[in-house]
Structures are given as C-alpha cells and as structure tokens.
Design a binder for this molecule. Structure first.
Ligand SMILES: Nc1ncnc2c1ncn2[C@@H]1O[C@H](COP(=O)(O)OP(=O)(O)O)[C@@H](O)[C@H]1O
Ligand SMILES: [Mg+2]
Length: 244
C-alpha cells in the first residue's frame, strides 16, 4: 500500500500560468494503487511541474535531494512550486517526509554538495559507493546513489533514465523492485522510457491535452512508437526523410 495514495488538484487561481497547461486546466485526481507510479506525456505537458509540487509538499528542496540536503546555491529550475498550494495529498496512514527528489538537471549540484560534506566527514561517501559522485560516470553515480542511499521513504524522480544505459536501467529497475517490495519505499517517476514504464503492476498516468488519465504501458505512444521503430528502423526513416 503506497504512503501517498491520492493526488487531487484544487481549483487554480485564474491568473496563474498553470492554467495554460492543459493537464492542469482540466483538473485531475489520481489514485496511486501501487508503490510505483509513472507520469508520462509530451514535453511541456506538466510532469515536472507536478513533481516539483509533490516534492515541495513532502518538504524536499526543489533543487533536489532530501529534507536534510540543500543542494548548491545556483538556481536550477524553479525555486518554489507554483502548484504546491493547489495540491491535496492523501497519506496512508500518515504523511511521511523521508525520501528524495531527483531533478534530472540537478544531479551535478547534488554530487558537488556531497563532495563538500565529505571534506569534513569522508565516511559520508560510503553511502554513495565509496567515491565522489564526480569520479564516477553519470550512470555509475546514479546507480551508486540508488543502491546506497535509497532505503525507505518517498522517491520523486524526474526522468531518471537520462543517465542510464539500457543495461543499467534494468539494474535500476531491480533496485526499485527491492525497495518497493520491502513496503518502505514509494516511487513517483516522470519518464519517457518505454522500458522503465513496463515495471510490473505500476500505475501509469498520462498527461494529455484533455487532462490526466490512467493508462497501461501497452497503450502509451512511447511504447508503441519505440516498438514499431525498432522493428524496422530503416523503413521508418525512409518514410520520415524526404529527398530534396
Ligand atoms: N515559472 C513558469 N512560468 C510560466 N510557465 C512555466 C513556468 N514553469 C514552467 N512553465 C511552463 O509549464 C509547462 C509545463 O512544463 P513542465 O512541467 O516542465 O513539462 P514537462 O516536465 O511535462 O516536460 C511548459 O509549457 C513550461 O514552459
Ligand atoms: Mg520535465
């Protein structure tokens, strides 16, 4: 049973730019039945806006990290969530504030922040694979973080696949599986990865022009387009490219 079991949107102030995002203008109520939920949809459809709102509601820094991390001083994305005041969250049995928010673009800052902390307390790197995250490749450091840091709590991840090769993505899915089976971890993930969204039993919400609707991975454009492309890339591209 997920800690966060329902996300509802309250009416948004009419002057807010949020009303220009179709999925938000239409309003939504999402029931999270599984410990893994994916948010899918076109670029600009409002996925990151929602994740920021959720992270803010959990008390995580919008720069990425957990409640105890305030990563870097540079600005990466919005500093405050415009959406958070309009989110109504239902927690079972109660609100939890352990966990992590991972913005795709703030991972570098997070790595620097951990290095700073490790200067005073080198043991801190034990939780991140024993080495500075900067000394590991993007994919390695991502997995080091997932393997060593994630234990219990709510994990809000924005396009985690960006750093991972297909093989590492599978390893990442195994990490998710270990954690969510323990019943102590819930994952809320925005993704474009057709592989990731195949996670068994996951709830998938698609952000569309007429609102947010539950779907299955087999029905997503991501899955179908990728599958048909990989079945015959040459034919696909022949139709796409037009001779001058
Ligand atoms: N501070 C802001 N002011 C105005 N528009 C914004 C602001 N932040 C995001 N947007 C717009 O909100 C829309 C949704 O963005 P986002 O949630 O990042 O989409 P996604 O993550 O699905 O690609 C985009 O059109 C974006 O330009
Ligand atoms: Mg986004």
């Amino acid at each position: 049973m997920p800690f966060l079991s329902q996300i509802s949107l309250l009416p948004v102030h009419e002057d807010s730019y949020l009303n220009e995002i179709p999925s938000i203008k239409a309003g939504f109520q999402m029931n999270l039945k599984h410990n893994v939920t994916f948010f899918v949809g076109e670029n600009g459809s409002g996925k990151s806006t929602l994740l920021e709102g959720l992270a803010s509601a959990c008390g995580f820094s919008l720069r990425g990290g957990s409640r105890n991390h305030n990563v870097g001083t540079e600005s990466y994305g919005n500093e405050e969530s415009a959406l958070a005041p309009y989110l109504h969250l239902t927690w079972t049995p109660r609100r939890i504030n352990r966990g992590f928010f991972m913005r795709a673009e703030s991972f570098f800052n997070f790595a620097s922040h951990i290095d700073e902390l490790a200067k005073a307390c080198p043991e801190i790197l034990d939780a991140y694979g024993g080495r500075s995250l900067h000394q590991q490749s993007h994919g390695e450091s991502f997995l080091a973080l997932f393997n060593n840091h994630f234990q219990a709590g709510i994990y809000i991840l924005d396009e985690p696949e960006a750093a991972l090769s297909p093989a590492r993505l599978l390893a990442f899915m195994a990490v998710i599986n270990q954690l969510e089976q323990s019943g102590r971890a819930q994952f809320l993930i925005a993704t474009h990865s057709p592989m990731l969204m195949c996670y068994p039993g996951a709830t998938i919400y698609e952000f569309k022009n007429d609102g947010v609707a539950e779907t299955t991975y087999q029905d997503t454009e991501h899955f179908n387009l990728t599958k048909s492309f990989l079945n015959n890339p040459e034919m696909y591209l022949r139709h796409l490219f037009k001779p001058l």
